[in-house]
Design a protein around this ligand. Sequence first.
Ligand SMILES: [Zn+2]
Length: 301
Amino acid sequence: MRERTIAKSVEVVGIGLHKGVPVKMTLEPLGAGSGIVFERSDLKKQMLLRRENVVDTTMATTLGSPEDPQARISTVEHLLSAVSGYGIDNLKVSVDNEEIPIMDGSAIAHCMLLDEAGIMELDAPKPFMRITKEVVVQDGMKSAKISPSPLLSFDFGINFAHPMIREQHYHFEFSRQAYKDQIARARTFGFLQEVNYLRSIGLAKGGNLNNCIVLDEHSIVNREGLRYEEEFVRHKILDAMGDLAFLGMNVIGAYSSYMGSHKLNALLVQKVLETQAYEVVHIPQGQHEKATSLPMALAYN
Ligand SMILES: [Zn+2]
């Protein structure tokens, strides 16, 4: 399998979740070995997709430059989830404000943008990070784990006291098509009380029923209801895929989490890198493809 970028530049305008102002986002192809590069076009500042450039994980994952507190881009995880699901290794993402557009609160608009751009294969073998030993991070009852596995899978459990959520569990075996069908349409969610609080401190200004599932004390406020029965937990898998993009390459392993968060995912990424719980592997092209690695390559078709 070879490294990927997009076949042509594409752009979209949408609002940012927190500031509520329009943001123009442009995706451009990059050559092999470039990685995922973010740019604040208004500040002419670039940031690489690196673990050390995660500067905040409280509401969303925020990428920044430790030397320059001005240069931040928040809510990168939904775009990164789609980029990862499409197996894209090299991409320039430019925005003219400090957030990635929230679109409909899921990753499906980003998938559609990538579909419009098309995938281009580059003349370099695609590196994969194959997990070689189990890594676990915990925060009280909450946990996130990644273990060796011949394929990529996600297993997530959540438990909220809210009557519309309670206990939910979802197991997802990755393929690009399954990602689009089962995960990419799952929207982010918030509780009305929280939303009111966030607004009072100047956040979530762009949040509305078109880009978020909103829960009041007993029910779902959105008239159209849910897109999937377990939409809440599926969105957690969408987020986890985006957060794992900070490993720097597509991963081969089994991720599982109970009540995980952006913070735990960032800690997991850091621990995988620090403890070198992986090896970098390539999946050969064509007839020499080993039976064991073939399904992983096929998953990205
Ligand atoms: Zn999310």
